[in-house]
Design a protein around this ligand. Structure first.
Ligand code: PAF
Length: 278
């Protein structure tokens, strides 16, 4: 695996090796786990060259402490990527991405960026779109892979690609889970074994919705809110039912696989999000 810290060297290298070969791209913030590796493997299965980036993007955090405390494990990340034979790793410093101005561009991403994460993390999606667009400019991939765990982000990135008229396919990859159902996330590294056990309530509630779609959305919401009230160690921030592509909130079920239920919750001050497509 070749490692680049500066875009000018990465781009020079890509120009020499890609000629006619497809590039698959996986953007990450590091602290890699099996969920990231499944993105890399998806890319490797259909693209000639797979590029992974590790960059903790300051503009997508709403809170400086969250940014500073974001888990980092660069040596382990590099050995995981080498083990699965990722071709190229781009691991820049902030200056290589943002140059002199560390700020988000303002996008017109529309409604898909307004509800749920858009509401609870103002500016977050402008930060994500800014860095993703910069990374796309640098790597110029044919296909980019994003996890369904961050389902709203996946839809926002699709919207970004469409409003910027970029010739690029975005592929969503299924969520990888712990044995108890908890979605794999770099933030899980901030949780103890006990917290991980308790956090399984999130997946249990999502599955409850999946298996009880004969009930109304209103009833399901009430049931889930009560489950969280009974479990004082995990604080529910939101439970929402949305239309999959637009992230419009729904009150009635749409057709099969056109809805999603999304949860955000805190455990030990660590914010976790998860969803299931219904
Ligand atoms: O999902 C993430 O890890 C980040 O939001 C991303 C897409 C790498 C942008 O910083």
């Amino acid at each position: 695996m070749q490692i680049f810290k500066q875009k000018k060297y990465l781009q020079k290298h890509l120009r020499t090796i890609t000629k006619g070969k497809s590039i698959g791209f996986v953007a990450t913030m590091g602290s890699l786990h099996s969920g990231h590796l499944s993105l890399i493997n998806s890319s490797k299965s259909i693209c000639c060259i797979t590029v992974c980036s590790i960059f903790i993007n300051p503009t997508q955090f709403n809170n400086f402490n969250d940014y500073k405390n974001y888990p980092k494990d660069y040596n382990n990340d590099i050995s995981l990527l080498k083990n699965i034979a990722c071709d190229i790793l781009y691991i820049p410093q902030v200056i290589d991405i943002y140059e002199e101005k560390i700020e988000s561009r303002k996008y017109n991403l529309g409604k898909v960026a307004e509800n749920l994460e858009g509401k609870y993390r103002p500016g977050h999606f402008d930060g994500v779109a800014t860095v993703v667009e910069k990374l796309f400019d640098i790597v110029n991939p044919n296909i980019a892979f994003f996890g369904e765990k961050d389902l709203q982000q996946l839809q926002v990135v699709k919207k970004l690609v469409s409003i910027t008229n970029r010739k690029l396919d975005i592929v969503g990859v299924k969520t990888t889970r712990e044995p108890n159902g908890l979605a794999k996330s770099s933030r899980n590294k901030l949780l103890s074994k006990e917290h991980i056990k308790e956090a399984s309530i999130i997946f249990k509630c999502l599955e409850y919705c999946k298996f009880n779609m004969h009930l109304s959305i209103k009833k399901l919401k009430l049931y889930i809110k009560n489950q969280f009230l009974l479990n004082q160690n995990v604080q529910l921030e939101y439970i929402e039912f949305v239309e999959l592509n637009t992230f419009d909130k729904i009150k009635e079920w749409g057709g099969e696989k056109t809805n999603a239920v999304c949860i955000a919750a805190y455990i030990n001050n660590v914010r976790l999000i998860d969803n299931i497509i219904l």
